[in-house]
Design a protein around this ligand. Structure first.
Ligand code: B12
Ligand code: SF4
Ligand code: SF4
Length: 285
């Protein structure tokens, strides 16, 4: 079974990563961008013509948020100057780690203001970062549902990859306390689908509840999950991710800052409430 990648270590039995990839992983790990995997890219798929592989970068647990708060404390403009401050923090880290990428590789962020859309959950499964979970979230081997997906680097150059994760992940053998914890039944009850198939999490029910003011600063089901307990986000981080309209001012207040240049934006819960009869814009999250 593949081991989760926690640093720039080389997958067992795989060829050595190229020097640029090792340097990128070494630069990103200290700020909590410490989960990574490599996916094969099907011919013609992905945003870079001729790409064969994608290095997928995630954040496990609260380390990225801690680095973000430390950066704000050192310079409040890290928060104040940005419409999407956490995304901007990650973007700067990626630019610093790979300042001048050649045409043979292309970075795409998993961020509110990223113009190129990539469907990150299936890509991360292909990269061995986790399994599909009952909450509609990727379940990381170490972080459970507390795994964020942050960026992918598509490359024409082949990259070494570890074998896929074995098994069906933690939801397969779990009595699913997350189901009872949800006030609107959004996580599906009952047995899992076939291996690898996404579960029909009820986005409309969850989003409708949130748009009406429920679960404003935390998902009860996610917090009830026993997986990755040590990686659980802080209350402040959860409040920011779940509702930046209230979570961003709460962050500024906790750090003793004024922050009046940008409102908190997203996630756009109201766009996802109600029956999914028309295609929705792939944004938010
Ligand atoms: C749009 C969006 C939303 C929308 C719709 C959510 C949804 N479930 O589709 C809203 C605003 C409601 C939302 C809410 C949240 N989101 Co959101 N969201 C996204 C976003 C930007 C795009 C997803 C998308 O539309 N994909 C394309 C469409 C076509 O896919 P689809 O038809 O829904 O599903 C296809 C496949 O993805 C697959 N599939 C469907 N579900 C799943 C689940 C898994 C685990 C896998 C492997 C595959 C899979 O089957 C479909 C057919 O192929 C992604 C980031 C990204 N760029 O991928 C984040 C993302 C999925 N969101 C994320 C998170 C954390 C959340 C929230 C917890 C809020 C928050 N704190 O940020 C909630 C959780 C809601 C939930 N349980 O689903 C994370 C998930 C991390 C993880 N560990 O899985 C992502 C990856 C962002 C990130 N930076 O990490 N989100
Ligand atoms: S509580 Fe169990 S079923 Fe629910 S998300 Fe966590 S591991 Fe999966
Ligand atoms: S946010 Fe609330 S409504 Fe949505 S899945 Fe979690 S507990 Fe259920």
């Amino acid at each position: 079974m593949a081991e989760p990648q926690t640093d720039a270590a080389q997958p067992l039995g795989a060829p050595a990563p190229p020097a640029w990839m090792r340097a990128v992983l070494d630069a990103l790990a200290p700020i909590g961008l410490q989960r990574w995997g490599v996916a094969e890219v099907a011919p013609g798929a992905g945003p870079l013509p001729g790409a064969t592989h994608a290095l997928v970068i995630g954040s496990g647990g609260p380390a990225l948020w801690s680095a973000f708060e430390a950066a704000i404390r050192a310079d409040p403009e890290v928060l104040r100057a940005e419409a999407h401050p956490l995304d901007a923090f990650v973007a700067r880290a990626l630019r610093a780690a790979d300042p001048d990428p050649p045409a043979s590789r292309r970075w795409v962020r998993c961020a509110a203001n990223e113009p190129t859309f990539v469907d990150f959950r299936p890509l991360a499964v292909a990269a061995g970062l986790g399994w599909p979970g009952r909450l509609g979230l990727l379940m990381g081997p170490e972080d459970g549902p507390w795994l964020g997906l942050r960026a992918a680097c598509f490359t024409v150059e082949p990259l070494p990859r570890a074998p896929s994760l074995a098994g069906r992940g933690p939801c397969a053998g779990c009595p699913a306390p997350c189901v009872a914890a949800c006030p609107v039944g959004a996580p599906p009850a009952g047995p899992l689908g076939p291996s690898g198939a996404p579960l029909p999490f009820d986005i409309a029910a969850c989003a409708g509840h949130r748009a009406a003011g429920g679960c404003r600063s935390a998902c009860l089901s996610r917090n009830r999950c026993p997986e990755g307990a040590a990686s659980r986000y802080s209350d402040r981080e959860q409040a920011y991710h779940e509702d930046r309209v209230s979570g961003r001012p709460a962050l500024a207040a906790a750090l003793g800052l004024t922050d009046d240049r940008h409102p908190g934006l997203g996630p756009p819960w109201a766009d996802w409430a109600g029956p999914l009869t028309t295609p929705r814009p792939p944004r938010g999250g």
